[in-house]
Design a protein around this ligand. Sequence first.
Ligand code: CUA
Length: 325
Amino acid sequence: MRIFGIPIFPDQASTFAKDVDALYFFIFAVSAFFALVVAVLIIYFGIRYHKSHDRQLGARIEGSLPLELLWSVIPTVIAMVMFGWGASVYYHLRRPPDEAMQLYAVGKQWMWKFQHPEGQREINELHIPAGRAIKITISSEDVLHSLYFPAFRTKMDAIPGRYTELWFEATTPGTYHIFCTEYCGTNHSGMIGNVTVLEPAAYQAWLQGGGEGGTLAQRGARLFESLACNSCHLESGQGHGPSLKDIIGKTETLQDGSTVVVDDAYLRESILNSQAKLVRGFKPLMPTFQGLISEENLAALIEHVKSMSPKATTAAPAAPPAEKK
Ligand code: CUA
C-alpha cells in the first residue's frame, strides 16, 4: 500500500494477508479513536475547568452507575470482538492444510537455508509456486532466529533443538522480502533474502533446473545407508530397531506405557537421542546422533522415512511429476 507514493505497507501476497490487515486496521482504528477522544477531552477539560482563583474548590462527585456500566461494558465488547476475530485469524494462520507442500528452512548465523523435497537447496533465496499451500518446517543450527515473510503476513521462530512450522499460500507472482525478526547477533540485520513466487508452470521449469544429488528423500536414503541406519531398521521388523515402513502417523507405545504419534518432531528427537522416547520392546542400542548430523541432513533423513509411508504422506510430491527428459 502506498500513501503519496511512499510504500507504507508490504504487498498483500498471500491468501490471509487481507484478513491479517483487516484485523490490524480495525485494532488501529479503535486505538486511534480512543486516543483522540482522550486527548481532546484532556485539552477541553483543562480549559473548561481550570482553576480561576486561589480558593476555588472542586465540586463533590458521587459517581454514576449508568456511566460506570457504560465504560465497562463498551470496552469489554470491543475487546471481545478483537479477541474473537484475532483468535479466528490466528487459528487459520497456525493450521497448515493437510495437502500443503512441505519445505524445510534452517536458520543459521546469518543466513536462511531452504530445502525442497525435489532436492533443490537455496540460501537466502526461496522459489515457490503461487496458488499452493506451502508448509515450512523450521529449525535453527545455533541461536533463536525468526523467519518472516512480510508480504505473506506470517512469521515463526526458528528454535535450536526443535521444529516449528508456518504455512501460507502465495497468491501473486513476484519477489518479496524474507527477514529474520529475532535479534540473533552482529549481522542479524543482514539475515535477509528474497522469496520468488512463480506461476506453477514456471515453478516446474525452475525445479528442472537444479537439484543435483537427487530429491531430498533420495539424499536421505543415502544417509540412511552411510550412517548404517539400515542395518537395524529392517523393513521386515526383524532388526534391532523398529521397522520404519508406514510409521508416519502411527501410534507407538513407549517403555513406560505412554504413547506417541510419530511425526517430524518425534523422528527428529529419536534420531538425535533415541533413548528419549524408546519404543517398547526395543533395547537402547541406537547411538546418539546429537551434534553429528546437520539440520539439513536431518530433514533429508526424515523425508526418506516419510517416503516409506506412502499412505500417510499423500501430499509428499510437491506437484504432479513433470516429465523428465
Ligand atoms: Cu537470525 Cu536475526
